[in-house]
Design a protein around this ligand. Structure first.
Ligand SMILES: Cc1ncc(COP(=O)(O)O)c(C=O)c1O
Length: 373
């Protein structure tokens, strides 16, 4: 017998934290993955009301309160023209738990899960916790996930592949033809596509598209969250949706690991989804401006930066020693290899920070680039 499970011994605490700890107290932090906007007032007010009236005192149904699931269904009907019943939705403790239950419900011991590399750190860890084998799929030069690379990596042992557009850590947005391809691959190979759409509302050019719009089978499940859509990371409220039989399997896991998502957060998210959406446009416009500032600044400094089409991250290719040099000059960025082997030679910058700080950080990064070259 070993003291700890082999599953947990296969994962470790994310490398991102270590970078934060290494930097000084007044460092400019381009390491944080959350919008720098307050949660909408009407969402906060709904939570306060739910708490004060006592509505949020007890457990809710395992899937979450009906008005929230109705608001989520309406959202996806409006945004993606998907006809969705509230029964096909589970409210979760953030997109994080949604990813967890999707993996647990679909991945068997030793089965492969194809994940973008570089990709969001949870994919690798959650695939391992479910007993699976993460298989990194390297991205294209423009940092989008190549459907052909996904298709080539599929074996008889593949349970699922993860699509994340707009993506973390890259900010890359897959074009519509690729999204269609992901749906076709899920259908033809009878492999599950887990589509992580938490940055859905932050797309700078063109429209957001989901593989679930094109799939002809039920081989797509969608993960989404109020965290980045409405600047509600602290509330821990996300959701997952798919066919009823898939949702029923995910519910088995959710019921035991979570019981239900936090009730006040459910009321807040319902209000965010049903109320005015000014904050969404405001955030997207503001991130677009900051994206331009960062891309122009880093390009002028001589770095190659694939232009991010969404989210609030940029991922320049950086010379050897660049990340340490930038950190030592008081700007926190995350080394690309924290997101997978193929992230080596890149750095992730989150530009969800004030414009003045961002300008200062760009100057520091330009100086650091000259120093290491
Ligand atoms: C790609 C991606 N998916 C999921 C999540 C999880 O977000 P949350 O659990 O806050 O909804 C994050 C958070 O950074 C993310 O970047």
């Amino acid at each position: 017998m070993t003291e700890f499970s082999q599953r947990v011994e296969r994962i470790s605490i994310s490398g991102i934290r270590k970078v934060f700890e290494a930097a000084g107290e007044d460092a400019i932090n381009l390491g944080i993955g959350q919008p720098d906007f307050p949660t909408p007032e009407h969402a906060r007010a709904a939570a306060v009301d739910a708490i004060q009236s006592g509505k949020a005192d007890g457990y809710t149904g395992n899937k979450g309160i009906l008005p929230l699931r109705e608001a989520i269904a309406t959202k996806h009907e409006t945004d993606q023209e998907i006809s969705l019943s509230p029964e096909q939705i589970i409210a979760t403790a953030g997109g994080s738990e949604a990813l967890h239950i999707a993996m647990e419900a679909h991945v068997d011991d030793g089965e492969e899960v194809l994940i973008p590399d570089p990709g969001f750190v949870s994919y690798d860890a959650l695939a391992k916790l479910a007993g699976g084998e993460p298989v990194p799929v390297p991205l294209r030069e423009d940092l989008t996930l190549d459907p052909e690379a996904v298709e080539d990596a599929i074996t008889e042992n593949t349970a699922a592949f993860v699509v994340n557009s707009p993506g973390n850590p890259t900010g890359a947005v897959s074009p519509e033809e690729d999204i269609r391809e992901f749906a076709r691959i899920a259908d033809e190979h009878d492999v599950l596509c887990i589509s992580d759409e938490v940055y859905e509302y932050t797309v700078f050019d063109g429209e957001f598209r989901s593989p679930i719009e094109y799939a002809e089978t039920d081989n797509v499940v969608v993960v989404n969250s109020a965290s980045k859509l409405f600047s509600m990371t602290g509330w821990r409220l996300g959701w997952v949706y798919g066919s009823e039989r898939r949702v029923e399997r995910m519910l088995r896991v959710h019921q035991y690991v979570q019981a239900c998502a936090s009730a006040p957060a459910q009321y807040a998210a319902e209000a965010a989804l049903s109320g005015p959406r000014d904050i969404v446009d405001e955030m997207t416009d503001s991130f677009r401006e900051r994206r331009d500032l960062v891309v122009d600044g880093l390009t002028d400094a001589g770095l190659e930066v694939p232009t991010p089409g969404g989210a609030f991250y940029a991922m320049p290719e950086v010379p050897e020693g660049w990340v340490d040099e930038v950190l030592s000059r008081g700007v926190i960025v995350v080394p690309g290899d924290a997101f997978g082997e193929h992230g080596a030679g890149y750095a992730r910058l989150s530009y969800a920070t004030g414009t003045e700080e961002l300008k200062e950080a760009i100057e520091i990064m330009a100086d650091a680039t000259r120093a290491v070259r």
